[in-house]
Design a protein around this ligand. Sequence first.
Ligand SMILES: C[S@@+](CC[C@H](N)C(=O)[O-])C[C@H]1O[C@@H](n2cnc3c(N)ncnc32)[C@H](O)[C@@H]1O
Length: 262
Amino acid sequence: MRFYSSRALDNLIDSSLSHYEINFILLEVLGRTLEDIRIKGISAWEVERIEPYLQMARRYPVEYIFKKAFFRNLVLYVDERVLIPRNETEQLVDIALHLIQERTPDRILEVGTGSGAIAISIASESGKKVFASDVSPDAIEVASMNVRSHKTQGRVLLFVGDGLKAVDGEWDLIIWNHPYVLPQEYEDLPPKVKVEPAVALISTPDALVDFLREGMKMLSRKGVILLESAPRFIERIKKSFPDIRVVKDLYGVERFVLLERR
Ligand SMILES: C[S@@+](CC[C@H](N)C(=O)[O-])C[C@H]1O[C@@H](n2cnc3c(N)ncnc32)[C@H](O)[C@@H]1O
């Protein structure tokens, strides 16, 4: 029997968790939303069931607790071996799909695929073949689980590789959601973010510019490099490549960079 427990509800709302995290837990454990609980109440038994998860989620990402992340129309397996795909990156896929429609690239490469979120989305939404690498063999293991579960084995071709060292030939589209936390910023990140792999978070603007110099040499005549980045990195890129195009994210922050072969 359900009864309305305002104290239990307050406990949920008062916690340090976001609305998204609370709903994630409620849906996974009880199959209910916070809105539904506000209207219909919550039983003591239900509170007992969700409490350990709420506690855990204060120091650990909900996506890792339930080994699951939502990205565009995909449900992806994730664990500590990969970065949890972010909302902004859904927009990166929109830009990539637009470029694919406009330029019909044949050779597409995603560097640093992590869970495979970008490559799998592009392959399943455009029907194109995507080569996808990561420097972390652990990440490639996770990505291959996701490639199999989304039945994109023939279209997402995974391999371990550092930057562009493992590839040759010309590419029409090179995509990288690169790590964009500076080494000196890492210590100050919230503990919950530091659970994610450091290799997926930390980089330097100079390392990125080296990657871009290499990438520009590997672009075909109609080729483009598309990055998800951060303002400090973008400032540095502009110094070496003044002709870049920058697109803002939905929060108005300079986030996506397009570089074409000159
Ligand atoms: C910000 S995460 C992006 C993960 C995934 N593409 C996404 O958007 O959710 C950066 C990824 O780049 C990988 N990475 C870092 N340095 C790399 C390098 N030198 N070469 C290839 N991949 C690298 C990391 O392992 C990580 O998976």
